[in-house]
Design a binder for this molecule. Sequence first.
Ligand code: GTP
Ligand code: MG
Ligand code: ZN
Length: 359
Amino acid sequence: MRKSLHQRDGAAMQVGVTQFDDLNPHSLADLGWSAFFGDQLAPEDTALARMRIASVHRSRLTAQSESGPVQLSLAPHSKTTDFAVGDWVLVDPETLTEHSRLSRKSLLERHTEGARVPQLIAANVDTLFIVTSCNDDFNPARLERYLALANEAGTTPVIVLTKSDQTDDPTPFQQQAEALQRDLVAVTLNAKAPDAIAHLARWCGPGQTVALVGSSGVGKSTLLNTLSGKTDAEAQPTGAIREDDAKGRHTTTSRSLHAIAGGGWVIDTPGMRSLHVSDAAAGLDMLFAEITELAPNCRFRDCTHEHEPGCAVRAAVEAGTLDPARLERWRKLQDENRLNTPVLTGPRGNRTTVPRKRR
Ligand SMILES: Nc1nc2c(ncn2[C@@H]2O[C@H](COP(=O)(O)OP(=O)(O)OP(=O)(O)O)[C@@H](O)[C@H]2O)c(=O)[nH]1
Ligand SMILES: [Mg+2]
Ligand SMILES: [Zn+2]
């Protein structure tokens, strides 16, 4: 007999109950299953159930299955820290024991100072909603760190600017955000208003997964509650911010996967105090494409764009086509990345840039 997190009676399963609800059945495709995962299955795996990790706790995992949420038992060799919210796992349908984890299409990892291993934020995310507000939280240098993270993970970043209702004109925030990376889209909205769903609809839909990241207090859980249409009893808790500096109080403490009302899945995460770049050379090259593309025109192949003659990047700054503040931030993140990236090859240990990872 399947253990279910929530007892469902027959009446709740009747037609008319919205299909996209954490408690109701979902097809594998609705849950985000695709050929990428199907191709990993061996013939003997057909007896196993395919489920998606919905929350990771110290000693237990919950998952979304085709028949609703379930609590999983860990295989003897597994640790909960091996799993990220959004992971696909194969599960013994009788015992509900996790059997194996499938390779990830994308993985968001957080590097923190001093930590040996990165923290897993979320897996198999299609779009990363980088959330900030139209207030003092807005900080281009911090947004660039999140953009490097999204690029490196193989997810599409979107900047979501909340609290548009608390500013006279949100447009300057949107323009500044969109200037941070080529083809980047920034959306301004009131996370409490039902029309927030319409602003984000193009990234949400059956089978799509989005994750919310950003500082504490920017409205990630508020937006999740709007997107998922949860009742007050089911809603993610939200918390007030400090008046003086707009900072939140770290209301959300764990990561979790929730159904979006119109289809798709959204992952809430706790607010981050800091985000270090590490192992993100390709992500930085994409973020700073205008600098990456100028570099081959410098006289020296290993030009640092600092003091060398014939530097095309500094020439662009002098010509007014490259923002000097942007070059300064590029330098800071490059240095930090070099310092934090594990020594793997070469005498100086600087790992060469690898293409965007798909894990
Ligand atoms: N007026 C207005 N208030 C908002 C908006 N978005 C969020 N808030 C408020 O901002 C506060 C913080 O919102 P949360 O959703 O708890 O923020 P969070 O990003 O989840 O914060 P952590 O869980 O601490 O990381 C709450 O008081 C929300 O009601 C918005 O768009 N407009
Ligand atoms: Mg929250
Ligand atoms: Zn140069």
